[in-house]
Ligand binder design. Structure first.
Ligand SMILES: C[S@@+](CC[C@H](N)C(=O)[O-])C[C@H]1O[C@@H](n2cnc3c(N)ncnc32)[C@H](O)[C@@H]1O
Length: 219
């Protein structure tokens, strides 16, 4: 955030060393990775999220980072809700030139998600598919190199079994809430940790927990 003129004057009056003031100015001049409009949109989605469905801002940043690091091209999201995580993934895909299919069961949420994607200027990158992902995934053509799972937790293992065969070698499968809701997905956690065809790690950017599973290349 930019320090205002009055803040800088106050710093100078308080005899804060010039180097610190210069560093504050440099930080202010650094461009953000997303526009102020998209930052405001993301904050608005969070503010309206009374059901607390959306991932945290830090988990969103983590998703964007992973998309770019993996150079993801064909991404799939299961459980899009109002589009908060889809926007973070879409921001990463804008960098890589990839595309996201985001599936949301609730028709009202899917409509809000599509509106939010349009407001974020990501309609050419993110396609929102309303409906039950168990039925919709088989209709999405091709393979995936980035999957984000954030639907109901007891369904995680079934979704993993359904999607993992369609994940490319070295593709990423990420799942949310693997720390704070681990009791609801023990079968999924056992599957990713014991799979001979994948390696997994669990990180906690904000406490809820994100599993990151990489599919190994096998002949
Ligand atoms: C925790 S919220 C997702 C939050 C979203 N990923 C975000 O961070 O903005 C879970 C969503 O998954 C959706 N969902 C649950 N089961 C689903 C299914 N079988 N197919 C598609 N969506 C599903 C719910 O309707 C709900 O909106």
């Amino acid at each position: 955030m930019a320090p205002t003129r009055s803040v800088l004057i106050a710093l100078a009056r308080a005899r804060v060393p010039a180097l610190i003031v210069l560093l504050a100015c440099a930080a202010a001049a650094r461009p953000s990775a997303q526009s102020p409009e998209v930052s405001r949109l993301l904050a608005g989605i969070k503010a309206a999220d009374t059901d607390l469905l959306a991932v945290s801002q830090e988990d969103g940043r983590f998703l964007r980072t992973m998309v770019i690091a993996a150079n993801a091209q064909q991404a799939l999201e299961i459980g899009g809700a109002n589009g908060y995580s889809a926007i973070w993934i879409g921001l990463g895909l804008r960098e890589t030139g990839g595309h996201l299919t985001s599936i949301e069961y609730d028709p009202g949420r899917a409509k809000i998600e599509a509106d939010n994607i349009r407001k974020a200027g990501l309609a050419d990158i993110v396609r929102v598919v309303p409906g039950d992902a168990f039925k919709k995934i088989p209709t999405v053509p091709g393979t995936f190199d980035f999957v984000f799972l954030d639907a109901w937790k007891r369904d995680y293992k079934r979704f993993y079994d359904m999607v993992f065969p369609r994940l490319r070698a070295h593709g990423l499968f990420l799942a949310h809430n693997v720390v704070n809701k681990q009791s609801e997905m023990r079968d999924f956690l056992a599957a990713i940790q014991n799979s001979p065809d994948a390696v997994s790690s669990i990180v906690t950017p904000s406490g809820e927990g994100m599993s990151v599973t990489v599919k190994l290349a096998r002949p």
